[in-house]
Design a protein around this ligand. Structure first.
Ligand SMILES: *Cc1c(COP(=O)(O)O)cnc(C)c1O
Length: 412
């Protein structure tokens, strides 16, 4: 039976909220609607109890203690709180002066890490922007070579959102702990998909988000280590001292209940689901790579999350490819901004050329992806690529054995 269309293969952008999560959230809109900070009545107590249950569920997913979970509005806020909060707290010189301290990150992090680091640069911090290898990975050795006497913070994502590639965070964390440097990791793509233990993985600060793990939008969490060592952060939002003073504001109880439920489901189903998605992705990649030439999977092949693939198709034009697969919701290697069509900065960081970056697709499978959908998507992509190549003079030259890169193009 053909799958119903369109097919959603953009789970790295956001996920459908699991109906079981929605079910868990519903009472907190209209029955248990108290303010979790209200100490004088049962409406408040019930809300607080629900928030504490969710705190335990989120903590259990990552091997943390419940008091180490700070609720936020999502991973963007968690990253901002972790990076700016730690840098400003551990700064070696007052605001406005230079030499405030050294931070290490990478050029292909999510914008929610890059932009806070750029702001800190303008505030007088030094930032080292590491470049990944061709496989997209940041290694312990790269961090070790970049560490300085005045390094205060390392922020490296656990798994990359465009590639799915996995950095060796436990090894990087061990190094940071040896050197007394705070380690933050943006684990938005990793948590809920892969087993996590902030103790044995040596992590001080870890960001994750509800809507990437089949929970609701607009809720996230930051893990903040409480002992060995105790990490302190300068708050960004003041007012009332909620969340241990690190993030004031009335809690989004329904959202938090949803994120907690989403975490509990991931804890229970992660292993089987990871295996299922790995099989589906393998099937998808095999069918594309084995049936066509000049197809390249971007990023390290082994060290990858099981559900994401990033594939470039040579000799097709990116926009036309996207037009040709209208029934498949996925991301392309082109970042459409209003004025320009820039190739993905992540693929560029790996040394993927502009042409191939434009003609790349990120397909991210999820909890409701079926084998029928994978087969249908593969067929559509193959048809679109073959159709475009049939019209490509460059592809003809390639088939005649001419190396396109050696052709001297007439400039006129
Ligand atoms: C989605 C994502 C974010 C942003 O998360 P929000 O909860 O939408 O703010 C940050 N980092 C990574 C790696 C992501 O994939």
């Amino acid at each position: 039976m053909p799958p119903s269309l369109p097919i959603y293969m953009d789970n790295a952008s956001t996920t459908r909220t699991d109906p079981r999560v929605v079910e868990a959230m519903l009472p907190y809109f209209s029955e248990i609607y108290g303010n979790s900070a209200s100490r004088n009545h049962c409406f408040g107590w019930d809300a607080e109890h629900a928030v504490n249950t969710a705190r335990r569920q989120a903590a259990d997913l990552i091997g943390a203690g419940p008091k180490e979970i700070i609720w936020t509005s999502g991973a963007t806020e968690s990253n901002n709180l972790a990076i700016k909060g730690a840098a400003r707290m551990y700064a070696k010189a007052p605001a406005g002066e230079s030499g405030r301290g050294h931070i290490i990150t990478a050029i292909h992090e999510h914008k929610a890490v890059i932009d806070p680091c750029k702001r800190l640069e303008r505030e007088g911090f030094d930032v080292t922007w590491l470049e990944p290898g061709e496989d997209g990975l940041i290694t312990r050795a790269m961090i070790e070579a970049a560490l300085r006497e005045d390094t205060i913070l390392v922020t490296i994502m656990w798994a990359n959102n465009e590639l799915g590639t996995i950095n060796e965070i436990p090894a990087i964390g061990a190094l940071c702990h040896e050197r007394g440097v705070v380690l933050h990791t943006d684990a938005t793509q990793w948590v809920g998909k892969m087993p996590t233990n902030v103790e044995t993985d040596n992590i001080d600060l870890l960001s994750f988000s509800g809507h990437k793990i089949y929970g609701p939008n607009g809720v996230g969490a930051l893990y903040v280590r409480r002992r060995r060592p105790r990490i302190r952060l300068e708050a960004m939002i003041d007012g009332g001292g909620h969340e241990r003073g690190m993030r004031s504001g009335t809690l989004n109880v329904a959202g938090i209940v949803g994120m907690g439920a989403a975490c509990a489901l991931c804890s229970a189903e992660m292993d089987a689901e990871g295996e299922r998605l790995f099989q589906l992705r393998t099937r998808l990649e095999r069918s594309l790579v084995d049936s066509m030439d000049v197809v390249q999977i971007n990023g390290n092949i082994e060290k990858r999350l099981p559900h994401i693939t990033n594939i470039s198709f040579g000799f097709v034009e990116g926009e036309s490819l996207m037009m040709g697969i209208k029934d498949i919701a996925c991301s392309s290697g082109s970042a459409c901004t209003s004025a320009s069509l820039e190739p993905s900065y992540v693929l560029k960081a790996l040394g993927v050329g502009d042409e191939l970056a434009h003609s790349s697709l990120r397909l991210s499978l999820g909890r409701w992806t079926t084998q029928e959908e994978v087969d249908y998507a593969s067929l559509q992509i193959r048809e679109a690529v073959e159709h475009l190549r049939a019209m490509s003079p460059l592809y003809d030259l390639h088939n005649e054995g001419i190396d396109i890169s050696t052709i001297e193009w007439d400039a006129h």
